[in-house]
Design a protein around this ligand. Sequence first.
Ligand code: ADP
Ligand code: ASP
Ligand code: MG
Length: 412
Amino acid sequence: MSILVHKYGGTSVADEERIRNVARRVIRAADEGHRMVVVVSAQGDTTDHLIDLARRVNPWPSDRELDMLLAVGEQISISLVAMTIEAMGRAAISLTAAQVGIFTDDAHKKARIIRVNSRRLDDELAAGKIVVVAGFQGVDRNNDLTTLGRGGSDTTAVALAAALGAVRCEIYTDVDGVYTADPRVVKGACKLTQISHEEMLELASLGAQVLHPRSVELAKQYGVKLEVKSSFADVPGTLVKEAGQMEDVLQVSGVTSDKNIARVAILEVPDRPGVAYKVMGDLAAGNVNVDMIIQSVSRDHINDMSFTIGEDDLDRAMAILNKTIAGLGAKGVVFDRNVAKVSIVGIGMKEKAGVASAMFQALADQGINIQMISSSEIKISCLIDRERADEAVRAIHEKFFTGGVQVAREAG
Ligand code: ADP
Ligand code: ASP
Ligand code: MG
């Protein structure tokens, strides 16, 4: 019998009726002949509420204690889903990450899965049970609870699918697939029937929250068939595929924005070898990921260095940098939270000139200033004012998908 993994996000398990909908869908798949593993997220806004709760007792909770609290949300969901399945007359069991054996490193709040033990899952499935697993959580080598980063339940689902050799991992959510832009922001966004791992990974990393970036990486690495579908409608979703198997290639397959970033600038850094290495090395040692880096042209052997980081990492980064710059003899370090990164992604853009200029024109037409630019073969990102991010996404989407600057589809 084949194993199938379903994952249901927070909106899909937000109340009793929705939990019953999930249970019915899972039972239907079991009736079609699959052994079912179901990964669920915390209900609705539970994770946000838990973070607020923590901050009420301590504005700077330690990462370890925060993980201990956040993992609770998923535990409520798994027990409710398992009970609902049982109430419908089927055998089910809920399991936490510790009970399954989902082992991670000890990077609290953004832990990475190192190993999954499939024995308990195999045993429960062999006993004919529907297994309901808590997403988002793991345990480190000291048995401490960790979490995988916001949206991390998708990654739990793909990791379990990989460990079990599942036929497919289906991510059920409140949209019916991956769109050319967030449908909440762009009314005319179009659903993609398929997208390559590379594009999906970029879109997810650049702010499209529909999939957790690491889930896409794992799906590619372990050859897990990954599909995004609606929890509420029975319509075809979006398949995440190998680039070589795509039926057609888009110049731009999506537009996205990330508002959870901050810009940091180190002022008047001495212009000598090893400075960038020291700054970036110290940040990496503190587990801070750096993006978009710009160094100004040297004047009198001094220059400024600016870069973007995740807003969640800002406090940690500033603490690190204040020490680093003292050692380097730089003048100071400043930050700006009022920024967002808007990006376009598409594997077809590497063969076409003019994609970047069309993006810049869309921003210029709205009078939106570009503060920084970065690009790779398949993406272009611009740093702009945060409050104009949605407007920018709409203008860029209009340019590429409705304005007709480039043809959306080409033979692959
Ligand atoms: P879940 O709780 O099911 O994990 P998420 O809120 O994490 O759901 O992800 C689904 C949301 O992602 C959608 O409601 C949508 O607003 C947002 N989203 C952002 N970018 C995209 C995109 N390109 N395609 C589809 N949804 C997107
Ligand atoms: N509950 C977690 C979050 O809100 C994980 C998830 O939903 O995937 O980020
Ligand atoms: Mg999600």
